[in-house]
Design a protein around this ligand. Sequence first.
Ligand SMILES: C[S@@+](CC[C@H](N)C(=O)[O-])C[C@H]1O[C@@H](n2cnc3c(N)ncnc32)[C@H](O)[C@@H]1O
Length: 233
Amino acid sequence: MSSLETTQVYLERHHGGDGRLAAQRTLESHQRNHDASFQTFWNTHVNLAPDTTAHLIDLGCGPGLFLQDLHQRYPDAQLTGIECAPYMLELVDNLPASVQIQVADLNLDLPELFALETVDVALANRLIHELHQPVSLFRNLYRWLKPGGVVILVDMVRQPLKSALLHELKGVSLTDPQVTDEWLQAQFLHYLEHNRYHPEDLCDLLEMCGFELLACESIRSGRAAQIAIRKPV
Ligand SMILES: C[S@@+](CC[C@H](N)C(=O)[O-])C[C@H]1O[C@@H](n2cnc3c(N)ncnc32)[C@H](O)[C@@H]1O
């Protein structure tokens, strides 16, 4: 199996085993995952005029709804999404002709995906925890970004196990018979795969890859963080 196929198999299992359903849920959660807190964070760190021709990339773009939002907001910008899950790509609909989606595995060293220092802004919304490791992506970003270019990262971060379980239990007691072995096994795997890094770990790795930290904010009662970084000028 190629590296891309291995990643696709991993992702479908990580997404719950039913890719089409996961893609549908990604569409349904679009507003929540790009809510007012996200918009404020974006506006604070991404300074682009509506008529910008800048190059923006959405890493792990799913079915492409944020690319559509970006096109509405910056109609003359160059917009590129990167995605590798076939079921996400199947739900891409109505993308303007000027918006491209490239199929690539962001776990890999990809120096040629974009020319050196040609990207102005990159977004990775809930991608990082799905990568085998994030350093290859951070190194790619450093090469692709123009000096002064900005990256916005949003992702789930480490939280205490109790807080994660209480969130999933939704008021049901851990001793309730409806809490089955199967449910528990799925929750503990979910916890491992969605609670991989403290916000400080991500900031440390980004700084070790040469970026300047602009901001790191805790969101969703500490279950997630939004981070802004810049490639030094
Ligand atoms: C949780 S979804 C978020 C989708 C979208 N960014 C959003 O906020 O709605 C993460 C996306 O990243 C994609 N992804 C994960 N690992 C990837 C990889 N190695 N290469 C490319 N895309 C990847 C997944 O297929 C999925 O569409």
